[in-house]
Design a protein around this ligand. Sequence first.
Ligand code: NAI
Length: 475
Amino acid sequence: MAEVARATWEMTVSQPNETTFDVVILGGGSGGYAAALRAAQLDLSVALIEKDKLGGTCLHRGCIPTKALLHAGEIADQTRESEAFGVKAELLGVDMAGVNTYKDGVVGRLYKGLQGLVKGSKLITYVEGHGTLVAPNAVEVDGTRYTGRNVILATGSYSRSLPGLELDGERVISSEHALTLDRVPTSAIVLGGGVIGVEFASAWKSFGADVTILEALPRLVAAEDADLSKALERAYRKRGINFKVGKPFEKVERTENGVRATLAGGETVEAELMLVAVGRGPTTANLGYEEQGVTLDRGFVTTDERLRTSVPNVYAVGDIVPGLQLAHRGFQQGIFVAEEIAGLNPPVIDEAGIPRVTYSDPELASVGLTEAKAKERHGDDKVTAYTYNLGGNGRSSILKTQGFIKVVRVDDGPVVGIHMVGARVGELIAEAQLIYNWEAYPAEVAQLIHPHPTQSEALGEAHLALAGKPLHAHA
Ligand code: NAI
């Protein structure tokens, strides 16, 4: 099928001249560069336009540097807790300059590798500069027009704030500022108990800061299954991370040494600084999108399930498309659109099948529907959830981590959701997403062997139990 489609397509394209391409991509982040690399593999000529650094938010200001901070924090915690493993060590302190050198080194190496990949492709023209959509098929950069038979919008997102809440970069900061701090704050308020909020709270606590999270919704990580929120809250209480949920933030004032935040009802919290983590907004303003007829909804680009915008041959990928703002979603959407343009007719991406990981301590990982959503969709009495406690898992015991794996299935049907909490469970989501996306039945997973002693056994055990034959658990 794919071969036929490709052959037809090859006959219809003409040779590009210097500024006419099969695909013009605006934005070189996860979505944009994935589209460029896949399009080039498919013999399409590409102009990839980026005003800042190739790699975008995830590589330079998001996923990679934050996970490096969290790993440094993990080492600090392990040093503090080493005696529990019979190892004598003393934590002398956290040297943020050293942590930042390590973090920047990781980013730098990946950046170099990525530049090499893009430069290595003869079919990709990399354009450095600020692009604007000046026609439905053209992007202009510094007076030069790059015309495309297809255009992919991939301009990403920025840290949002609240109306009237100004980020000064010193006392009231965004996650971008937080990543370049040259010190560990003695105390911090984290506004927003979503993914960014709980990850920074985790890292800063590990570094020795006194942290308080303020969340308007009734629970931390409110988009996750309620049991994961409960487990995270319990673990944070144990770690001494403070949080106040269910009360919206009202205002922040500067004090002599920091900030004072006030919640609805008048309660106040003081700290050296406040991180604002209330979501990320789409970068779509002043780029010519609306002028060229691209429909926006609250700033996000409206697309159909094949990522087509309201303008023919103009597609959108990544954080500007409503849904999960995750790098791996951007990669997959970029690949999807490149294949769509090449005529390969790729299957539509199922948003619920995109794995989600929060790299806090403990980690959270999930895919598919929460128990509540599954019941809403399939009926209260048609869904079974089974929770396997990591207490029964040898490797988790060795790691001294607590947590569980919760598997949600439709009765006499497939697994529709997997939700996990505990150290390193982010690594288990790879198998969980195969189970969900392949619509596996518990009995099918139960036949497969999980190596002993690994944490992956806990996934196997949960499916054994759901298949009616638990090994190290009760039915
Ligand atoms: P988020 O949408 O996950 O969380 C924002 C939180 O702020 C929500 O819980 C919301 O209720 C709360 N909030 C909003 N207004 C408030 C107010 N007035 N008072 C108190 N709380 C308020 O957004 P976040 O954490 O900023 O992350 C942005 C994006 O980046 C997310 O879409 C996330 O998926 C992505 N990201 C993903 C990571 C991962 O996959 N590990 C890591 C970091 C970010």
